[in-house]
Write a protein that binds this ligand. Structure first.
Ligand code: ADP
Length: 406
């Protein structure tokens, strides 16, 4: 008898604890009766359905039917606060009300997780409030075997809309910073760019003058003029390409990741740098490996990284020295190193270089390296700084789009 009493007390305590957790946590909880969904699944199996995931993907209406069949046993106050409009009864009627169409696959995935014996399922999705608002949430469903056998299921959601808003704002601020840095970089490289554009323009002028001379002859040599016109067209095309690259750098637009050749990108970046390199009387060495796999990234963003690291190297060296841009394959990706023969980095500073606003230059912004880091990491890569025997070396590693076959 005493044992029974103790058992009842223990059960009460356990129930009390559960209720406490159910109510006190800042998570919106639903306690659901899942049995009717079991019936639907059994019916489907009878009809010969073996792959529930594929069937539900092809028949979202079945998933909606499951939502309607799921019975809401209880909700906690957080569900009311987050999604309700004061009427508790209305919130206990139909689970489908909480699920916007776009979240249907999440419900399907959680059903699949439950019936395939997963201990839980969680993902980011949207739920719908009673007034129709859609809210970004982290959704979690737990399937402990003992409660599953009773057909009950605990589902929780945490409102992450503020976090997502903050992330979106951060991404926007980062994009704006990156754009501002590109504009300031273009400003620093104006002489280089002007020089690059000037070369084909000068060649066009020379070809035009020569063409006129051939035409002014007593017997105009049209073959020569044809060759010169073709040369003019080629040089005009080159000038247009350079201007196009500058315009891409100057424009503010959303990144467009696509498979890129890192070597091609390094060669293009040199267009921005050639004159600057000459101005610093620096020798440029390109050591580009053959047969590198492509990387998935936005061309302008990655060019910004290469140009930024190279400009830093030139500024560190001042006059004279050697700048080496090298590419090599790595396991699953590609590596770019930008090495210089400058003073290197003081050991104490190595840990600070990528922090925002860290600069040792008069008039420096200290945003170049943090922006490079944000860009590289957004493509799953890494960037690091070290000292070599000669100076500093910055290493960028990016995953390739084509994984190596073992
Ligand atoms: P900024 O160029 O405006 O200073 P960065 O974020 O690009 O901003 O660089 C931060 C700091 O890192 C520089 O001020 C410099 O002290 C150091 N640094 C960057 N590149 C090199 C390099 N190649 N050699 C030595 N120091 C470097």
């Amino acid at each position: 008898m005493a044992d029974t009493q103790e058992l009842v007390e223990a059960l009460k305590r356990s129930e009390h604890r559960y209720r406490n957790i159910f109510q006190a946590m800042s998570v919106a909880f639903w306690e659901l009766d899942f049995f009717p969904v079991g019936d639907i699944l059994r019916d489907l199996r009878k009809q010969g359905v073996t792959d529930f995931a594929a069937h539900m993907a092809a028949h979202p209406e079945v998933v909606r039917q499951m939502m309607r069949a799921t019975r809401i046993v209880d909700i906690n106050d957080q569900v009311m606060a987050m999604l309700g409009r004061g009427d508790r009864a209305e919130m206990l009627v139909n689970l489908e009300d909480y699920w916007p169409q776009s979240s249907t696959p999440v419900y399907a995935a959680s059903v699949v997780a439950a019936v395939t014996g997963q201990p839980n399922y969680s993902t980011e999705t949207k739920v719908r409030a009673m007034d129709g608002r859609e809210i970004d949430v982290l959704f979690t469903a737990c399937f402990p075997p003992d409660t599953m056998n009773k057909g009950t299921l605990l589902v929780g959601v945490i409102d992450i809309s503020e976090r997502l808003k903050a992330e979106a704002l951060l991404a926007q601020v980062q994009a704006e910073f990156a754009h501002a840095a590109r504009i300031s970089m273009l400003g620093e490289l104006t002489a280089s760019i002007a020089h690059e554009v000037n070369q084909p323009l000068a060649a066009i002028a020379a070809s035009a003058a020569a063409g006129r001379r051939w035409l002014d002859r007593d017997e105009p040599d049209l073959e020569e003029v044809k060759t010169l016109v073709a040369r003019i067209a080629r040089d005009a095309d080159r000038a247009a390409q350079i201007i196009g690259r500058v315009r891409d750098m100057a424009m503010r637009r959303a990144p467009e990741p696509r498979p890129l050749s890192l070597n091609g990108l390094v060669e293009e970046a040199v267009v921005f740098l050639r004159h600057e390199i000459q101005g610093h009387e620096v020798t440029l060495t390109l050591d580009l490996a053959n047969g590198l796999p492509p990387v998935m990234a936005d061309r302008t963003q990655l060019q910004q990284v290469v140009v930024n690291l190279a400009v830093n190297a030139l500024q560190a060296m001042g006059q004279g020295g050697e700048l080496v841009l090298a590419t090599t394959p790595t396991d699953g990706g590609v590596r770019l190193t930008v090495s210089d023969t400058g003073p290197g980095i003081a050991p104490d500073d190595l840990g600070k270089l990528f922090a925002s606003f860290y600069t040792t230059k008069d008039g420096g912004m200290g945003m170049g390296l943090p922006i490079c880091q944000t860009i590289v990491e957004s493509y799953g890569g890494t960037i690091s700084a070290a000292n070599s025997e000669a100076g500093a070396v910055f290493t960028v590693i990016l995953p390739s789009t084509v994984q190596r076959v073992a």
